[in-house]
Write a protein that binds this ligand. Structure first.
Ligand code: JHZ
Length: 409
């Protein structure tokens, strides 16, 4: 299909403009098991476009959600201390600001392994997690977090509210960008939320993506890349209202949106909307030179890594993150350069990176095998990772940060 015929995921208008083409890539979380190594992986186009009508940045291809998220989904939130701390702080402030207690109900959409809701369980506040990935959902149940293994939808919201289960707080972190039926999802939130309830929604911020060249956070799971402006418009079209907003550093830069059924925008919302207007985030110009910057990163990073290899250096990577998959496949660096990828997540160890097929093993391998350099693919957790790898560093190991400009530390 030609881009001129493709309708915007947010407003339905045609006339999208191409921002970046990352080529054809395998699914970023499609880690391979040993028995799949002799099979060809499916690849899908990864093209990013901008909607001049509602300013939503989006990819063009939709991979069916059950291919992406159901069986074998390897992402478990609980492997980062920073994310756990971030979630605990979020829970404490919600309990305080909303006066939550034993009579309340908190529902989390995409609750993964219960990393966040377990904080409510500990405080005796009733909660329900909803997540389609069977492994993480089971882990949540085992941790004592009541969890429905399902995709959230308008229909599911109707069922829950039909049996009197409406939420004081709905939490939806890093899920809105993943949803192909955004209107159905938002309609579900509207149905499930009590009249004075709040939905606390976190999304990666497109402004940080563009300004820091975080092109690797683009993959098929992420259909949309939001600004305050595009999300405000999307929510309004679905009779939901953005009433407060915070900029957060998590995941390379995110927005936390506080959304309700009444239109009561606070100062933070009006200020950020005005700042985005002044920056031109709503205009194609803001995105025009992104592709050139990304292509320069590819050349620079590739040359540096190939140069080290030529000098006879041994190089590994850290973080079998989805973003690592985009990065390696796009810059064309694989087993010829990287010996292995270290990752704490036991569900990823023993598998292989999509496309490049680099083996994934435990982080203890760094001090054991002592590569000269470690490319940090999960750069968003670089501080935490480097802190944990003091032993490797003390023995002379060095880290490479890939973006926005590669840096050896
Ligand atoms: P991480 C994830 O993307 C998943 P990913 C998802 N696609 C999403 O939307 C974004 O976040 C926002 C490991 N690790 O979380 C754990 C260690 O081994 O940055 C992970 O495998 N040791 C839903 O996958 C990976 O690194 C550590 O000390 O791109 C991090 O992946 C730490 C801190 C992490 O993002």
């Amino acid at each position: 299909m030609k881009i001129k015929d493709i309708a915007c995921r947010g407003c339905g208008q045609t006339g999208l403009r191409m921002v970046l083409d990352l080529g054809e890539t395998p699914l970023a979380d499609g880690l391979l098991t040993l028995d799949k190594l002799d099979k060809t992986e499916r690849v899908y186009p990864l093209e990013v476009a901008f909607c001049p009508e509602c300013s939503l940045v989006q990819i063009l291809k939709t991979v069916p959600p059950d291919e992406l998220f159901c069986r074998d989904y390897p992402y478990y939130s609980s492997f980062s201390e920073e994310l756990l701390r971030h979630s605990r702080d979020n829970v404490s402030s919600l309990i305080e600001s909303r006066g939550l207690g034993a009579e309340s109900l908190v529902v989390e959409l995409a609750s993964n392994d219960g990393y966040l809701l377990k904080n409510f369980v500990e405080k005796g506040i009733p909660c329900l997690g909803i997540d389609p990935a069977d492994g993480p959902a089971m882990a949540a149940e085992e941790a004592g977090v009541p969890t429905l293994c399902a995709f959230f939808s308008k229909e599911l919201a109707e069922q829950l509210s039909g049996v009197g289960r409406r939420a004081d707080v709905i939490i939806a972190n890093n899920v809105l960008a993943h949803v192909s039926d955004v209107s159905g999802f938002l309609a579900g939130i509207k149905i499930l939320l009590k009249k004075n309830g709040v939905a606390s929604i976190e999304v990666p911020y497109v402004r940080d993506l563009i300004d820091n060249c975080e092109f690797d956070t683009i993959y098929h799971e992420h259909l949309c890349y939001f600004s305050a402006t595009s999300i405000d418009r999307l929510l309004r079209r679905n009779s939901l209202y953005l009433n407060d907003i915070k900029r957060l550093s998590i995941h390379g830069g995110s927005l936390r949106l506080y959304v309700g059924l009444k239109d009561e925008p606070g100062e933070a919302v009006t200020t950020l909307l005005a700042a985005e207007k002044a920056l031109g985030i709503n205009e194609f110009e803001y995105y025009r030179d992104f592709a050139v910057k990304v292509s320069n990163i590819r050349e620079g990073l590739r040359m540096m890594l190939l140069g080290l290899k030529e000098e006879g250096k041994r190089i590994a990577a850290y973080g079998a993150a989805a973003k690592g998959s985009t990065l390696l496949n796009y810059i064309g660096i694989g087993r010829n350069v990287l010996d292995f990828v270290a990752d704490r997540n036991i569900h990823k160890q023993g598998r292989f990176m999509p496309g490049t097929r680099i083996p994934i093993c435990g982080p203890e391998q760094l001090s054991k095998r002592m590569p000269d350099y470690v490319l940090i693919l999960a750069w968003n957790f670089a501080e935490e990772i480097i802190r944990q790898q003091e032993n490797y560093r003390q023995q002379g190991g060095k880290f490479i940060l890939p973006i926005p400009v590669w840096k050896i530390t």
